[in-house]
Ligand binder design. Structure first.
Ligand SMILES: CC(C)(COP(=O)(O)OP(=O)(O)OC[C@H]1O[C@@H](n2cnc3c(N)ncnc32)[C@H](O)[C@@H]1OP(=O)(O)O)[C@@H](O)C(=O)NCCC(=O)NCCS
Length: 176
């Protein structure tokens, strides 16, 4: 079955949010309001609609990923960077490669838009499969406690993170 990856349109929002609720329903760490987090990210002034992508099968939304702009702060230096997440795949479509294809899809859009690197806080065993490395390798740290093995970065342009050490400043929609 063909899966189509494309930009999310406002007409998709309801279906996407329904799918996000279902995707997170059986996860151990969930707030139950992941769909609202995505809604808040779409409403941010810096939101780029190109960065919200869906996977469709038979015209049904079976996956969604959103990336958004955050910053790395180091004293007076403020470097913009993209954050991946949330990522959701419909429960009956999980573990068939949709998540990886969706993330690679949004990363290629991000690269085409001129972004040089991304960060993500996520499953320790998942993101290394996509080429991500621990963010601590570049001295990038979180503004809260989280396991080092769950926080990753990826250079979309080689060596772009060389001088980017600092603390992440998330938007209120993500960790407000
Ligand atoms: C995490 C998620 C987006 C991955 O998408 P997917 O299409 O299922 O994953 P893929 O098929 O691309 O990759 C499969 C690999 O991902 C990893 N993986 C998938 N679900 C996982 C989970 N719940 N816990 C840990 N690793 C997981 C495994 O390494 C798996 O490989 P395996 O099947 O050989 O063990 C999807 O399972 C999901 O929506 N989960 C619920 C919501 C969530 O936790 N989102 C991520 C936090 S933002």
């Amino acid at each position: 079955m063909n899966i189509i990856f494309r930009q999310e349109h406002p007409d998709d929002y309801e279906q996407t949010e329904h799918m996000i609720k279902a995707a997170f329903k059986n996860t151990p760490v969930r707030s139950g309001s992941e769909h609202k987090m995505v809604r808040k990210l779409r409403n941010e002034s810096t939101f780029n609609p190109k960065y919200s992508r869906v996977a469709l099968k038979n015209n049904e939304v079976i996956g969604h990923v959103i990336v958004s702009k955050v910053h790395i702060i180091n004293g007076p230096k403020k470097t913009p960077i993209l954050n991946v997440g949330l990522v959701s795949v419909s429960p009956h479509e999980q573990r068939q490669g949709v998540g990886k294809r969706l993330i690679n899809h949004v990363l290629s859009i991000a690269r085409n838009e001129g972004n040089e690197a991304v960060i993500v806080l996520g499953h320790p065993s998942y993101y290394p499969q996509l080429g991500f490395k621990r963010a601590s390798n570049w001295g990038i740290t979180l503004p809260f406690e989280a396991p080092d093995e769950a926080f990753f970065a990826l250079e979309l342009v080689p060596s772009s993170l060389k001088e980017t050490e600092g603390i992440v400043e998330y938007s209120p929609a993500l960790f407000g």
